[in-house]
Design a protein around this ligand. Structure first.
Ligand code: FAD
Ligand code: NAD
Length: 402
């Protein structure tokens, strides 16, 4: 009998967890499983701000996909997805094509620039290993030039957005700057880290007491916040901001846009009905009108029934979706058993402020300082455990708790 073909696109949190669940639940004789990714490695997106700041090497963040998947059960294809042809049940890759009976789309997120002029050309974003590496190298290069050029903008770093990504990144930068100042013989007072946020507060929507803790903590480390200030344009020499209808130019050689994400645009380009690249899925994570196509991670749009607002795109929900989907696909392949509807079990969120501090709400309890930092490492290590068991935690985990 012909084995059903399951094709998983993208080795992010959602795609990886779906795949390792499938390889655990199904035997080689039951299904042909293929995982496609544009890199030979899987990376922890949640650590990219550390790689971008240079406080953690990117080799710590990434792992070889073939070291985690069971290649006797899963066929790994290193290629880039170009198009999904849902009606034909085919995926077009840069270097080939794949047919499927069941498709899992886990192609993740990309930076959302909201059409703001100049951002694509003049700003960096923290979206993958390459982007993070470029930011780290660029900052070092700018700092190295200061000794001869003495231009202040070489030492000015602007971060757009004080959401979780912006805050976690400026915190890493604040820890990295003393090392850079030492390495390039720079006057510390000349280095500026500016965090520009359009909303009336940093971390809009998060617990105000914890936000105040984070802002004070970061200000003490030299981060300057421009709150209620919107980035209007990025130019060759810096950014244009507006506050209370006043326009101002800030000269900076490094601009990092961390002010929004959207689902991978390939998804809507392939004809799936999407809102900013996110597909509103049904309770079994199926795309509307595609009974055999499932969406996990940032490309999936799921509404919180309590407030009818979309759950924010997080690794936490992507992992839970992958877990649920792996099980449901095994049911479909076997043709017996009940599909389990997906429900999100929100355990809370933790925002790191460097490796040894943070803020968070976990199981309804507020955490600050080392307790939050400790919890963040537990969360990170738990993911590695789910992915590859205790050996992966030992190899790639964050074990320096204090
Ligand atoms: P992603 O992690 O986005 O991965 C997508 C994969 O698809 C990648 O491997 C990519 O290489 C591959 N891919 C993309 N396009 C193609 C293509 N065309 N062909 C082939 N392969 C392709 N969330 C939390 O819950 N907690 C946190 O602490 C947290 N911290 C974060 C810190 C930062 C700096 C950032 C940027 C985000 C953070 N998030 C956090 C959000 C979280 O990282 C995302 O929600 C999560 O990564 C989404 O996972 P995903 O499965 O959709 O895929
Ligand atoms: P976000 O959308 O959560 O935050 C973007 C911020 O940028 C907002 O505060 C917004 O007001 C601001 N902004 C938008 N336009 C602006 C402009 N023109 N000028 C200045 N500010 C502007 O994006 P994010 O922080 O990248 O987070 C993306 C997703 O990843 C979220 O779901 C988040 O929860 C998740 N994430 C989680 C963690 C964590 O749990 N530790 C860390 C990083 C990201």
């Amino acid at each position: 009998m012909r084995k059903p073909k399951i094709v998983v696109l993208g080795a992010g949190y959602g795609g990886m967890i779906t795949t390792v669940r499938l390889q655990k639940l199904l035997s080689v004789n039951e299904a042909e499983i293929t995982l496609v990714n544009n890199n030979s490695y899987h990376y922890q997106t949640t650590w990219l701000h550390e790689n971008a700041a240079g406080t953690l090497h990117h080799d710590k963040t990434r792992l070889n996909i073939k070291d985690v998947i069971d290649t006797s059960k899963v066929n790994f294809v290193l290629d880039t997805v170009v198009e999904i042809r849902g009606k034909e049940k085919r995926v077009i890759l840069k270097n080939g094509e794949l047919e499927y009976d069941y498709l899992v789309v886990g192609l993740g997120f990309e930076s959302e620039t909201f059409g703001i002029k100049g951002l694509k050309e003049h700003a960096f974003s923290i979206a993958n290993i390459n982007g993070a590496r470029q930011i780290r190298d660029h900052i070092e290069y700018m700092f190295s030039r200061y000794a001869t050029e003495k231009r202040d903008e070489l030492l000015t770093i602007v971060v757009g957005g004080a959401g979780f990504t912006g805050i976690e990144f400026v915190a890493e930068l604040a820890n990295r700057v003393p090392e850079l100042v030492h390495e390039y013989d720079l006057p510390r007072e000349k280095v500026r880290i500016l965090c520009v946020e359009a909303a009336p507060t940093a971390l809009p929507g998060f617990d105000p007491e914890l936000v105040e803790y984070a802002v004070k903590f970061l200000e003490k480390k030299g981060v300057e916040f421009l709150i209620g200030t919107a980035i209007k344009e990025a130019t060759e020499t810096g950014i244009i901001v507006s506050k209370d209808d006043k326009i101002e130019e800030i000269k900076a050689e490094t601009v990092v846009w961390a002010a929004g994400v959207r689902g991978n645009s390939l998804v809507e380009e392939s004809g799936f009905e999407a809102m900013r690249g996110r597909i509103k899925v049904d309770q079994f994570l199926r795309a509307p009108g595609h009974d055999d196509a499932f969406i996990v991670g940032d490309a999936a749009l799921i509404f919180n029934p309590e407030n009818d607002r979309p759950y924010p795109p997080t690794a936490q929900i992507a992992i839970q979706e992958g877990y649920n989907l792996g099980k449901n696909l095994a049911v479909l392949v076997r043709g017996k058993g009940e599909l389990e509807p997906f429900t999100f079990d929100n355990k809370g969120s933790v925002c790191s402020l460097g490796h040894d501090d943070g803020i968070g709400v976990v199981f309804g309890k507020k955490l600050t300082g080392w307790q939050a930092a400790f919890m963040k490492k537990i969360i990170d290590n738990r993911y590695l455990f789910l992915l590859g068991g205790p050996l992966l935690v030992l190899k790639k985990g964050k074990l320096n708790f204090f």
